[in-house]
Ligand binder design. Sequence first.
Ligand code: SF4
Ligand code: FES
Length: 248
Amino acid sequence: MNITLRIWRQKNSDAPGAMQTYQVADVSPDMSFLEMLDVLNEQLTVAGDDPIAFDSDCREGICGMCGLVINGLAHGPNDMVTTCQLHMRSFSDGDVIDVEPWRAQPFTVIKDLIVDRSSFDRIIQAGGYISAPTGTAPDAHAAPVPKADADAAFDAATCIGCGACVAACPNGSASLFVAAKITHLGLLPQGQPERDSRALDMLAQHDHEGFGGCTQIGECTAACPKGIQLDLISRMNRDVLGALSHRR
Ligand code: SF4
Ligand code: FES
């Protein structure tokens, strides 16, 4: 396959960015999208040009580091995959593919396709934890968890913090991410002591970082590679209302 790429290039967060066009020849349909970018970067490096900066780590859909807007879609055209799991067989010979970074006010572009997602770390620091007593490990069955709650908590815990939900949301909201983290811990007995403060503090940090509010559009869940469901945001809102009522 011969592919034309139009890629966002930006030297740093202060410099203006622009789309630049590149050609990549002999692309195998079995290459991942990131491997195809690796090939382009080899070409650029050999030619003495600056390679394209993009994030990745595990390249198997579990770390949440990769994230590109491909032809206007967060993580590209395929459902339930991260950018690193997208393969070139999803495209056709002769395609022109636009590649951009996550676009959201709190996700400042560091360089080219890499954005600063440390706002997610600060949201987790605000409340995405439990208080666990130190000492001997408790018996595994010391705190029984109903199967339905364990399953739902596990589903919420599959959020990898990639930020596609933000990139896809017209409001630039990170509500799906925050809701997944609040739900994961709030469904388990170990998460109960901080349940109220967690909901209030994580949402306050979300707003402080500059993410927008949720108006239930649903683009987040459509873009989410882990299938995090929109009803978790309703659950988060119930937790926030409950926490506020307990404060009276
Ligand atoms: S909710 Fe989905 S899209 Fe958002 S950060 Fe988590 S895994 Fe990524
Ligand atoms: S590189 Fe880890 S999820 Fe894509």
